[in-house]
Design a protein around this ligand. Structure first.
Ligand code: AMP
Ligand code: MG
Length: 438
């Protein structure tokens, strides 16, 4: 069944040429492929449209221990100077630099450990043993690492020249009271949470996570708790998509699989359209029972693309229905996972209150030559490793986009550009790390 013209097009800048409309429907022949959106243009459209929809995101107050992965919706400011005192960064001796030259000796008159109050003045001809994180006495202007000293009873001899300021972080050099420590829009990772903890922000106002409805489609798909018939398959996509949503900082809302029937699809889509994002798997190809787009269209959806020049994942669909962004991803499990990583995470990032994280592409030398049909950008399951000679990537053997097991051995995808039919062993290629592994 051809569905040319069955969708309403509200095209983004990247595909406003009428020649490109409904291209997926016309691109069975390779000569048309050059009109299809590249994955980078498709991502750009996702980002633009997600920003257009995002508006002001709802917030909630969270104890710091629960805030990991949320996007901050408030400013966090320094409550005092950081560091709050002149801090020693080494175990050693606090000295005046002019008295601790190579070969000179000073009398050690005490010790200061982290947390101690400095009460004793440092007089000429003396030094104080000091520990990392302790306050440096006001008369000292350097800390000499213990490794570069010799000690006999109370006499400390210095082996190297000493520079004023060495191994001391001055008060307020990392932040002054009232300075911005964390700005709104930052995603809270371990370092950001540590800063919040340091300045005493025990509760953080964060943007709510986007709720992502997950709807698999297909008459052949059965729940994982059921025994599949001989020609049925278990619904692994809902599980992988829920995992991806969680990893990307969203709240998965798994729905019951929809049959390839207009009434069932509409009823389940209606549930999904109550959430921020609806991710569908399956039903977006050219088959007679691939009804996702036409049903969405009937429900008032606008589409921004319905084909991307990639393999796997060519028939990917992105649109908007009311206040919900909709991704129709091809049902083959590897296609579903790759396209989710390429497109849906960017939308989730923006609806989380932050910026879209860039695709973290790496470069690695190809271990073995490869040959792919040109015209589409290929994402091939692969394994990148870092021997002493530098990053090296090996494409794994796989049976195509239905082969989930191949992915368990992969930590990345080799990105083969659309204009490259052959790549020689040793050539540098682009590598997209698997979202949850690297
Ligand atoms: P479709 O994109 O609907 O043509 O689906 C392509 C193929 O993907 C199907 O033939 C199934 O083998 C597989 N598939 C579809 N949905 C799922 C699912 N929820 N879980 C696992 N595999 C699926
Ligand atoms: Mg199907």
């Amino acid at each position: 069944m051809r569905k040319v013209g069955s969708v309403s097009w509200q095209l983004g800048a990247a595909c406003c040429d009428p020649m490109r409309r409904g291209l997926r429907r016309d691109c069975a022949c390779d000569r048309m492929l050059s009109y299809m959106l590249s994955y980078t243009d498709a991502r750009r459209l996702v980002i633009t449209q997600s920003k257009a929809l995002a508006g002001v995101r709802p917030t909630l107050n969270l104890p710091i221990a629960q805030a990991l992965g949320y996007v901050l919706a408030q400013e966090v400011r320094c409550d005092r100077e950081y560091p709050p005192f002149r801090r020693s960064t080494r175990d050693g001796y606090a000295v005046h630099s002019s008295e601790a030259k190579a070969g000179q000796a000073l009398r050690c008159v005490g010790e200061i450990k982290a947390g101690d109050t400095v009460s004793q003045a440092l007089t000429s001809g003396t030094c104080v043993q000091i520990m990392t994180g302790a306050a440096v006495p006001p008369e000292a202007d350097a800390v000499v690492m213990i490794e570069f000293t010799r000690r006999e009873n109370d006499t400390v001899t210095f082996e190297r020249a000493t520079q004023a300021g060495q191994n001391i972080v001055s008060r307020g050099s990392e932040g002054h009271a009232g300075d911005l420590a964390l700005q709104p829009g930052l995603r809270l990772g371990y370092a950001e949470l540590a800063v919040a903890a340091q300045v005493g922000a025990t509760t953080l106002c964060c943007h709510k996570k986007p709720r992502v409805a997950i709807l698999s489609t297909g008459d052949e798909v059965v729940p994982i708790s059921e025994t599949p018939g001989p020609f049925h398959i278990r619904n692994s996509n809902t599980v992988s998509l829920a995992a991806l949503v969680q990893l990307a900082g969203g709240e998965p809302v798994p729905l019951v699989n929809a049959l390839d029937r207009v009434d069932d699809l509409s009823a389940k889509m209606e549930q999904g359209l109550r959430e921020d994002i609806l991710v569908l798997s399956g039903g977006v190809s050219m088959g007679k029972y691939d009804l996702v787009e036409s049903v969405l269209k009937g429900m008032g959806a606008d589409f921004f693309f319905d084909a991307v020049a990639i393999r796997p994942g060519k028939p990917s669909v992105f649109g908007r229905c009311g206040k919900t962004l909709v991704f129709g991803l091809p049902g083959n499990p590897v296609s579903t996972m790759v396209t989710f990583q390429l497109f849906a995470i960017a939308a989730m990032d923006i609806l989380s209150g932050g910026e879209a994280r860039p695709l973290p592409l790496l470069e690695a030398a190809l271990a073995e030559a490869l040959c792919e049909k040109p015209g589409l950008t290929h994402f091939l399951p692969a394994r990148v490793e870092w021997p002493a000679s530098g990053a090296q990537v090996r494409v794994l053997r796989w049976q195509g986009s239905g082969d989930i097991s191949a992915l368990t051995g992969a930590n990345c995808f080799v990105v083969v550009p659309a204009d490259r039919a052959e790549i020689a062993a040793g050539e540098k290629v682009s590598v997209l790390p698997r979202f949850d592994v690297l």
